[in-house]
Design a protein around this ligand. Structure first.
Ligand code: CAA
Length: 258
């Protein structure tokens, strides 16, 4: 499909989706969010794609929801359309792994979009923030919840109430990002991680992603039961037989997603 706000490329097993609204620092307008949900649905349906890298430009992953588009909307407008809800649900429904490769600003909805991905690899130039408070509003795409789960109440409150930015080093210390790399290596590192993920069985990847995400939705006892049942369920797959046989035979496994 052709997109107006995204550049989508497939190389081997990895789909790279680049947010592409350079004049607005990749601000998330309704077209971009809906195109992104479509692109991710397509990636999920394409059997050749095994992992996705979501990125922006060198200066901005995304500088937030599009303030121009939101500026003349009333409560009735955003409540009746349930602004952002459908596309955010579409993005989060992606079953294949998504890595956010963040360079420059990831602010407001941009930080929230990065946190919807499975993990974040940050360039040393990355800046994360939830500055919606400066606009007389507050986070609206998951920031008050996912940032709090990622970095704890103290830092989340600090960021959400003051609107201050966190640099890449602080974000890594706080657990918001999984690794920080020199900006010039960002895409290489993110793509290498996606290729490595793509070598695994898609069945175990999707089950593992569901189980980790379950940790945020349930009690420990329920989460452990969910994990155990998923783990046990994978014993019904051909890929489990192949994976363990390959280990014992000291060779690389050939997974077939069966
Ligand atoms: N929406 C719309 N346009 C945006 C934008 C946004 N969120 N962020 C930047 N832009 C536009 C600017 O208006 C500017 O356009 P013009 O050249 O047409 O004026 C262009 O991008 C470049 O931006 P700046 O000139 O401001 O660039 P800068 O380097 O001086 O500053 C910045 C960069 C600090 C990121 C600054 O642009 C900024 O503060 N942006 C807004 C950040 C923000 O408040 N984000 C939260 C949005 S609300 C939200 O996201 C709600 C939610 O939770 C879902």
């Amino acid at each position: 499909m052709a997109y107006t706000t995204l550049v989508v490329e497939v190389d081997g097993t990895v789909q790279t989706i680049r947010l592409n609204r350079p004049d607005a620092l990749n601000a998330l307008n309704s077209t971009l969010l809906s195109e992104l949900a479509d692109a991710l649905r397509e990636a999920d349906q394409n059997p050749k794609i095994r992992a996705i890298v979501l990125t922006g430009s060198e200066k901005a992953f995304a500088a937030g929801a599009d303030i121009k588009e939101m500026s003349d909307k009333s409560f009735a407008d955003v409540f009746s359309s349930d602004l952002f809800a459908r596309d955010a649900q579409g993005i989060c429904a992606t079953r294949k792994p998504i890595i956010a490769a963040v360079s420059g600003y990831a602010l407001g909805g941009g930080c929230e979009l990065a946190m919807m991905c499975d993990f974040i690899i940050a360039a040393d130039t990355a800046k994360f923030g939830q500055p919606e408070i400066n606009l007389g509003v507050m986070p609206g795409l998951g920031g008050s919840q996912r940032l709090t789960l990622a970095v704890g109440k103290a830092k989340a409150m600090d960021m959400v109430l003051t609107g201050r930015f966190m640099d890449a080093e602080e974000a890594e210390r706080a657990g918001l990002v999984s690794r920080v790399v020199p900006a010039k290596n960002l895409m290489q590192e993110a793509t290498a991680a996606a290729v490595k993920i793509g070598e695994k069985s898609l069945l175990s990847l999707m089950a593992a992603k569901e189980a980790v995400n379950r940790a945020f939705e349930t009690t420990l006892a329920e989460g452990l039961l969910f994990e155990r049942r998923s783990f046990q369920g994978l014993f019904a797959t051909e890929d489990k037989v192949e994976g363990m046989a390959a280990f014992l035979e000291k060779r690389q496994p050939q997974f077939r997603d069966k």
